[in-house]
Design a protein around this ligand. Structure first.
Ligand SMILES: *Cc1c(COP(=O)(O)O)cnc(C)c1O
Length: 388
């Protein structure tokens, strides 16, 4: 019987009863580049840390379990994971990608991958007729759900039926919900991407990335690629992510609880023109998320009445930090226009609905009363300055 995800964050079933590593409860950091052989053909199972390192391997097994995959690869950043994934494709291949993605993914696809002869059809996967974009060159569909930053929700299971029909890979960046709330492989995806920097690490202190798959053939290709390209996660960073994962469940629950309260509080503010949070019943993706995820996460996007108002909030917040990134214990606020999505062409931002009055909150695990107090003070000050 499969264990609950909170238990899987703490215990790797296959290690039990082995008394490895002197019984150490915290997995040791094997800070070594290479490994001695007792004789020709007598490897310990480890030869060189670019190929594999015990600490990284332990982390990979934990993440594979969390996503119900057969294999997970831990690499240096989320972008390194997506770059590694792109090595599965060849010049001439076409990918259908969601139009609203993490800015770094759009930058990678439109600059690096395109230079390598790969083409992209960027569409709104949550509402467009995907089949009409598939041609003989199409090899994969790449999505985020909910998307960054507009929180569009795509039905993964429906999409996987299309992917299967046309023999395409379905790749889902699951960073926003983490395996705690959503498992795309169970819904028919072939590869899951994570920026481990975000909820898995959870403390805004380490960068990491993951590719998880439930297909042996893909695992084999990715293992060859990680060994060859060399972006595997360092032992100490692997250990930090392992430590972060131990509290994934309680962090996600608390952050989500805070996000729901903040979303409802923001909705009552007259200067806030729109609150986009899939946990709100009026969100167009709310019902799909109820079906395919176990929660709504803690990311929310909101639009102010004006650019001035949005900028004033960024100037005035103190406890809430004006910073890129997300998924950590501290609440962060960002301005997608100049930060996460600065390299996305203005017309694409506009098309996706990212205006210069749009802000994105990564809600942390503080006492929600203090988050509301700070925002209340900030809003009142701005009201006085702009409308007083
Ligand atoms: C941050 C992020 C990435 C990139 O991850 P890094 O660890 O910063 O390289 C990819 N996808 C999403 C959805 C992200 O939020």
């Amino acid at each position: 019987m499969s264990r609950g995800i909170e238990t899987k964050c703490l215990h790797l079933e296959e290690d039990e009863g082995l008394n490895n590593n002197y019984g150490a409860i915290s997995y040791p950091i094997y800070q070594t580049a290479t490994y001695a052989h007792l004789g020709v053909g007598k490897s310990t199972g480890y030869d060189y840390s670019r190929l594999q390192n015990p600490t990284r391997e332990h982390l990979e097994k934990v993440v594979a379990t969390l996503e119900n995959g057969v294999d997970a690869l831990a690499v240096s950043t989320g972008m390194a994971a997506i770059t590694l994934m792109m090595e599965l494709f060849h010049p001439g291949d076409n990918l259908i990608v969601d139009a609203d993605l993490y800015g770094g993914s759009i930058r990678l696809f439109s600059n690096v991958s395109r230079k390598n002869g790969i083409t992209f059809s960027a569409i709104d996967c949550y509402r467009e007729d995907i089949e009409s974009y598939i041609n003989e060159k199409t090899k994969a569909i790449y999505i985020e759900t909910p998307t960054n930053p507009m929180m569009n929700v795509t039905d993964i299971e429906e999409l996987s039926k299309i992917a299967e029909k046309y023999n395409l890979l379905l790749i889902v960046d699951n960073t926003f919900l983490s395996p705690y709330f959503q498992n795309p492989l169970d819904l028919g995806a072939d590869i899951v991407v994570h920026s481990g920097t975000k909820y898995l690490g959870g403390h805004n202190d380490t960068l990491a990335g993951f590719l998880v798959t439930n297909r042996e053939d893909i695992s084999e290709k990715l293992r060859f690629l990680i060994k060859t390209t060399g972006s595997g996660l360092a032992p100490f960073d692997s250990w930090l992510i392992l430590r972060g994962i131990k509290t994934l469940g309680i962090r996600m629950e608390k952050a989500q609880k805070n996000a729901i309260e903040l979303a409802n509080w923001l909705k009552k503010k007259s200067a806030v023109k729109k609150v986009i949070y899939p946990g709100l019943p009026e969100h167009p993706g709310h019902e799909i998320m109820k079906k395919q995820a176990r929660g709504f996460g803690a990311m929310l996007t909101f639009r102010l009445e004006s650019r001035e108002y949005a900028l004033a909030i960024l100037e005035k917040v103190r406890m809430i930090k004006f910073a890129e990134s997300l998924g950590g214990v501290e609440t962060l606020i960002t301005y997608p226009t100049t930060q996460t999505h600065a390299d996305v062409p203005a017309e694409i931002r506009k098309r996706n609905g990212i205006t210069d009055a749009t802000l994105r909150l990564s809600v942390g695990i503080e006492d929600v009363k203090d988050l509301i107090d700070e925002l209340d003070k900030v809003f009142n000050e701005i009201e006085g300055e702009l409308h007083g």
